[in-house]
Design a protein around this ligand. Structure first.
Ligand SMILES: *Cc1c(COP(=O)(O)O)cnc(C)c1O
Length: 388
């Protein structure tokens, strides 16, 4: 492939800072020879929608994670909407979601007219608490107004949820289990990679996610061929096998060829990037464990470290002092879902999810990416130690 396009989509290499929060420009500087020619190739063939990159990406995602089917879609949010539509989730249904997550996890439930039921998270993993889920399902069944239909577990900050326990509960209760792996593609529980831990897994390729493109994108992963076929139809307005035959209500939820090209350029480096993120997390743990509460570790589980999030009582003071030292931080998330204005009417109010509520006041995330030099990590560690 020849490339006549300019190679500098971002800063010249000499100006790329490695103290970025998510390392997006540093990554491009490292991978541009793999990415830019694939983008040029999309200009050459001109099939901007459903071009050959889409199927190539879907095959590559299956090869990477071991799922039987991958359906590329337009965002991590559409990746959640589409399987809920395929499962027929709608008015009268209860969908159990964590209280400590990004808004999309709950939003998609209300978009379909179903009811999100917010469940508290585990204080160590920050993921859906299985015993809390059991109690929530029992309460909804007792109240009798809603039909428990599905559980959406979230792999917060890249750490896969406890799918063994969640699958047991979902199976016993006859509920569909969906893994919202927007933050955890590339992670593993034992030998099983994210994409194979639940019957349906959704992910996001938003630029700052562990595997990100240069716009919006997402995918659904499943071993179920019927689910995959439904998703392919829903992705294109509910199309049937004959052109313009409309078999169901669908979406325009296609990934575009440019974004698939970017992801194909990045995928060969991804496993190594996840390893580099784990090395940075280990370095942070060693340097910071004595002064703040580092993320909990779980034997046999490999996080993809979408975020490295610490807990500290003076979160806002720490952030201000790090800001003065030129170190970017972020808060995921300042408010739990059930206290957000958009969802307040659907939750149990203040005090109903004590773990989620407490986390929102103490959590802060440090810069995390695969291209950070050790000296930079040590500078961040020193600044945190000085600031607490
Ligand atoms: C980012 C994210 C999403 C949504 O992904 P988009 O690609 O931004 O639509 C959904 N769930 C979680 C947990 C996320 O972090």
């Amino acid at each position: 492939m020849s490339s006549e396009m300019p190679q500098t989509f971002f800063l010249p290499e000499t100006e790329v800072p490695d103290l970025e929060f998510a390392g997006i420009r540093a990554q491009y500087a490292a991978l541009k020879d793999a990415i830019a020619p694939r983008i040029a190739e999309v200009f050459r063939h001109g099939r901007f929608i459903m071009g050959p990159e889409i199927e190539a990406l879907e095959d590559a995602l299956c090869d990477f994670c071991g799922a039987g089917h991958a359906v590329a879609v337009s965002s991590g949010t559409d990746a959640l909407v589409a399987p809920l539509m395929a499962l027929g989730v709608g008015p009268g249904d209860a969908v159990f979601v964590p209280g400590f997550t990004f808004t999309a996890t709950a939003e998609v439930v209300l978009l379909l007219g179903a009811m999100p039921v917010f469940v508290d998270v585990d204080g160590a993993s920050f993921n859906l608490d299985p015993s809390g889920l059991e109690r929530s399902i029992a309460r909804v069944r007792d109240e009798g107004a809603l039909t428990p239909k599905a559980v959406i577990a979230v792999d917060l900050f890249g750490l896969p949820a406890d799918y063994e326990a969640l699958a047991r509960i979902a199976g016993a209760e006859g509920l569909n289990l969906i893994a919202d792996a927007a933050q955890s593609f590339g992670a593993r529980r034992g030998n099983r990679k994210v994409g194979t831990l639940a019957p349906v897994t959704t992910t996001s390729f938003y630029p700052a996610k562990p595997l990100g493109c240069y716009g919006d994108g997402g995918a659904v992963l499943t071993d179920d061929p019927e689910m995959a076929a439904l998703l392919r139809s829903i992705r294109v307005h509910g199309q049937g096998s004959v052109q313009y035959a409309v078999e169901r209500v669908g979406l325009n939820a296609r990934l575009d060829s440019f974004q698939a090209a970017v992801l194909l350029g990045k995928l060969p480096a991804f496993e190594g990037e996840v390893a580099a993120r784990n090395r940075l997390a280990d370095r942070y743990d060693a340097g910071l464990g004595a002064v703040v509460q580092p993320p909990a570790r779980f034997g046999g589980i490999l996080s993809s470290w979408a975020q490295y999030s610490i807990l500290t009582d003076d979160r806002d003071g720490l952030r201000a002092r790090l800001g003065e030292a030129g170190i970017p931080t972020a808060v995921y998330y300042p408010e739990p879902m059930h206290l957000q204005p958009a969802y307040r009417d659907y939750g149990g109010g203040e005090g109903s999810l004590p773990v989620s509520e407490a986390l929102c006041g103490r959590i802060v995330s440090l810069p995390m990416h695969a291209y950070m030099r050790d000296e930079t990590a040590d500078r961040i560690i020193e600044a945190v130690r000085a600031a607490v």
